[in-house]
Each structure stands twice: as structure tokens, then as C-alpha cells.
Design a protein around this ligand. Sequence first.
Ligand code: MIG
Length: 704
Amino acid sequence: MIQKFIFGNPIETDAVVQKIECIKSDIPYWHQSEKIVEGTKKLVFTYAMADEDIVYGLGESMRGINKRGYLYRSLCADDPVHTEEKTSLYGAHNALFIVGKETHGIFLDDPGEVVFDIGYTSRNVLTITCGTDLTAYFFTRGTILELIREFRTMIGRSYIPPRFGLGFGQSRWSYANEQEVEAVARGYRDNQIPIDSIYLDIDYMERYKDFTISDERFPDFPAFVQKMKKEGIHLVPIIDAGVKIEAGYPVYEEGVKKGYFCKNEDGSDFVGGVWPGRVHFPDMLDPEVRKWFGGQYQFLLEQGIDGFWNDMNEPALFYSEEHLKEVFDQIEAYKDKNLDINEFFAFTGMVSGIANNHEDYKRFYHQMNGKRVRHDAVHNLYGFNMTRAAGEAFEELEPDRRILMFSRSSYIGMHRYGGIWTGDNQSWWSHILLSMKQMVGLNMCGFLYAGSDLGGFGANATEDLVLRFTEYGLFTPLMRNHSAAGTRHQEAYSFENTENFKNIISLRYFFLPYLYSEYMRAALNGEMYFYPMAFLYPNDLHAGQVEDQLFVGQGMMIAPVYTQNATGRYVYLPECMKMYRFRSPSDFDVELFESGHHYVDCALNEVLVFVRPGYILPCSDAAMTGTVKNADSMDLSRIVLLSNAAESAHYLLYTDDGYEKDYENASHFIHIDMDEEGDIQVTRGKNAGEYAKKECGLEVTRCI
Ligand code: MIG
């Protein structure tokens, strides 16, 4: 059951797609009050937590899968240092799922700042502080899995990438010209490491101008795109939110002429500073501007591009012109002063506080349905609507073909138009674990196509870190190695032992039939792709506390190693499991484990995969024989099964050409049935019997 509550006069955010009648009563279980924060009236919702309650949700945020014991702030931020004390990252996903004495969920559809104090101030008190205009949704229904499905039905189906988006991608800020991109392609080809995409960061553009290509660096871009495609590689360019102010640049000039940019209070165009220097921000909240901005992607689609990543759309703001001027005036005043400790820190604080200053969000305005809205009230919608602009345009321009799209900033609702990457993480061991925890919250909030910069974005990486990061990342739907300018190179061929990288990345392609099917199941049914153990073993109290093992679908459990120099790790098994220890798709050993705590060896070049009793997992036979180049050209018709089934078992495999959008078409579904003797039956059709006995073109030859 879902209940909807309206407070004040909320803005329509389009986070929710289901029509729900609004009711006039208090939110069950929650107490409502008001308070004044820095002169502004706020609504406060309070919930008394029981000791055993677990609080899940909040999408992309810091800390644990269980969010208890800290404070989180939905205020999309461009912050490249993800340390434990941070309260905001790039996304705002205001949904909480409480499991315990009164299992329920709550979603605060408020695109301004929202603060979640989950036992931070007082251990058993959960308070949510929001604006006074918002829509709240309260939902209850059986188990946590049913609750999630209820919520996901309400917010609509998650984005589905083309299949190549589930292949491996290599990125760096930046491969700045044809030669550098070709060197990467060569690095992969020469070492026979499969790869589907190479990413283009800001330097492919002409002086950081969106929807331009530097002629000097890419003299014949369409031909180059085709050349790479022939090698099986998709080029995926970045698009930034800010439009450079430069006379003669058509996107800028047209935007100004048509009044498409965010405005100052006096109606002039707001100026911010980002990569290109001074920019205007397209008013993504206005449907007409969205149509215009989305239409710009055609410039790249026409040149053969079929994937994008949207960056800096919190929006990141190095400075506002107005504030910068105030700072310079103040510096002038400090100049001849004898600065004591207080003044000195006020001075350095002022300078370091120029970038992404929240006060700047009060300096500019949007146009929403004929109404002027100050940015701070809708801040968290900007990245969502930039990606929606692209997504809506793709529907028109490419009605029959999926386009790869993911964004840095997001809000619930954006999950229908694209995925996300978790932004500027670091080459830190702790960020492997952080990413695992983030995936759970993200999945609950509808973001299935997600992943982190493998190897870490900032700081210098070492070979062992990149390998361990990749061993985890081979299960995230977005599997991309990315790093910052100036850091040590971390491509799969940049270290001493390239063979290890080749083997690990090949495993991605080995698991692809399973991972793809699980992705489609999660997207089409509003379910999880990554499950924390607690969701599958609700009565196992210890399972509820495990945050460093995840289920990929309900049949496969992973336990990545995220500690430097470790040659194994502790694993908790709520039931007996079969473990595969993979060194490559064709080199592995198998062990059976009883339930309980185990120390399991896992050398640097090994990946542990546990199969739950009663499950069969379809993998690619082609990957075992080492013939895979990429996801597009993969022979998916020969399947081998990993299995832990003493009795009969069943798997519903999803297959298609990787681009078509008729997801519900029954012919995409293949039932694999294995009986007690290990005999395998394969039939096509969504409901068993639909295409029964029909030739299904699938060979399920072996069972490991
Ligand atoms: O930080 O375009 O998160 O992935 O490489 C500067 C350059 C802006 C931030 C993105 C990062 C990207 C970088 N961008």
C-alpha cells in the first residue's frame, strides 16, 4: 500500500510515475513538527527507532548499507574526496526503507536540501528535515523485497543500457587525440583483453565546448568512430552541464537568443565558472530547453556515437561571477592588514569556499511551467533533467535502438533515463568496500546501471589495487576503469602482470549471460540486482550485519577481497554453498562449504563465486575458449552452467540483440530446466509452454 501526502505547494518533480490519490492525515508512525533553521521554516519528520531496526536506502551516499548512526544531506555536491565524514555526494535519493518493528518505506519528494539524521544526534531517533513544500510517500507491504518492488513500481522502470554497456570500458581524463585512443585500443588488442568501449573525456572537445569536436585532435571524427567500431570499440564522449560563453559558438548564441539559460534575479543570464571558464547553465527544468539541449546530442549521434556520460551536472560551480567579485574586494581589504589567527583562517576559508558555494544556489533562477523558481529550491533536479533531456531526445532520434547514458548527478526519477557512476572516488582500498555498499542503496532507489571508477579516480593506483578493484567491478553493471589527469596510468595493460588482468576481465564476459539476465530481471520486475545478505536471509541475524559480501541476483554470492596484501578473507555463509575459485574462465577449482564462518584463500589473481543450493547460473562457453573480443560480437548461443543443484533446477535466461527495445517480447526469454540426472531441457517463451519445444537456438552443453 502506498499513501501520498502533500505539504504546502510542491513543485512537480516527475520522480513518481504512478497516479496516487493524496490523503489528508498524518504520515503513519511519523511525528511531524516545524522548526526554524537559519531563519527559514522547515518541516521535521521524526520516527522513534527500535534498537533492532535497520534503516536502508539513500541511494548514493557514504557509510554503510545500514544507514544508522550518521547524518546525510541531500544536496548534490561536486566533492572529489569521499571520506567517512562527508554527508553529501553527487546524488539525492530521498528514500528510506526501515526494516524492524514497523517495516515500511518513506520517500520525501523535495528537490531542495533534505537532512537525514539517522541516530546521529540521538541514537534511536530518526529525523528528516525538509522544506515546507513537498510530497511525501509512505509505503508498507510485507517483506523488504515486496516493499522495494512497490516503491519501484511507483517510480517507473529503470534504464536499460545496450548490451555493450555491460562490457568492459576503459577511460581516463583524457585520451586527448586519435593517437592516444588508438594506443589504448592497441594495448587491449595486443594483450587479447576483451573491451567494448573507450571513453572520451573533456579534451576531445574544442576548448571544452559541448557538442564540438577538436579538429586538430580528431581531424575526421566520423571516420575515426567507424574505424574504432570496426575494431569492436564504442567511443563514449563526455558532455558537461555548462555551456561556454564564446562569441560564434552556436549552442551559446542560440541559447542566449532564445532565453534558454538560467537567469539572475534581474533577468540577465547567470554566469558561472567551470572548465571552459565562464559558462551559462541551460535551464534543464524547462521542457522547451530540455528539448533543445537533448536535440544537441544528435550532433554526435550522427557521427556514429551511441553512448554518453553527463558530467558536472550537480551543477558543479567553481565560482559565480558575482561571488568571485565579492571575494576579490574582500582580499583587497585584507591586503595591508596584520592578519591574526582568526582573520587568517577567515581569509583562507573564504578562498577555499569559493567552489560549490551553497550561497551561489540562491543567486540564479529557473523557469518551471511559467513560474520562476530559485535554484536552491530545486537544486537536486538539475542532473536528473540534463539526463532526461538526453533520454527524451534519444527516444525520438533513436526509437529502436538503446543508447548508453549515465550521469554523475541524479535524483530519483532519473533512473528511468540513465545510470550513474559514483563520481570521483580515489585509489584507496576502502573505496572498493564503499562502492559495494553504495550499490545496494542505489538499486533500491531504481539505479541499476551503476558502477564506480575501477582502480580509483584520484590518487596513484598500484597493480594489486587495480586488480582487486577489477575483481569486484566485474560484477557491477557499469564496469569502467577511469582515472584522473596526472595520476599514474592504470589501464589493464599498464602493470607488470597483464595476464592477470586479461583473465579477470575475461571473466566478465564469461558471466555475461547471467549478469545480463539478472539485470533484465531486476529492471523489468522492479527488483534488486545486488542483494545484501539480509534481504535473502531475513531470519539470520548475522547475515543482517554482513556488508562486505553481496548477492548478484539470488543465486550468486560474491566476496571480494578489499584489503591490501590479503591472500584470503573471512566469509559468512548462511547455508551450505558451492564455491568456485576462478583464475580465468577455464582455470578454476571448486569447493563445498558448510554454513558458518570460514577463512577462504583468495590469491591476488583469484575471484570467489559462491553458488546457492538449488541454483544454476548460465555462463558463456565462448569465454571459456578465450575467443571473446567484446559483448557485441559474442557468441551467446553456447551456454555452460555453474550449478549447485542436487535436485531439479530452473533458470530464466534473457537474450536479445543487445539494442532492441521490445523487452517484453516472449521470444527473448529462455527457460533452462535441469533435472535430477543433470539432463537439460531448453524452451523459449516467457511463460513456460508458450513456445514449448520450439527450436531455441541455444546449446547448453556442459554443466560444471
Ligand atoms: O573533476 O572531465 O567526475 O570523471 O574525468 C573534473 C574531467 C571534471 C569530473 C568527473 C571525472 C572527469 C573529470 N570531471
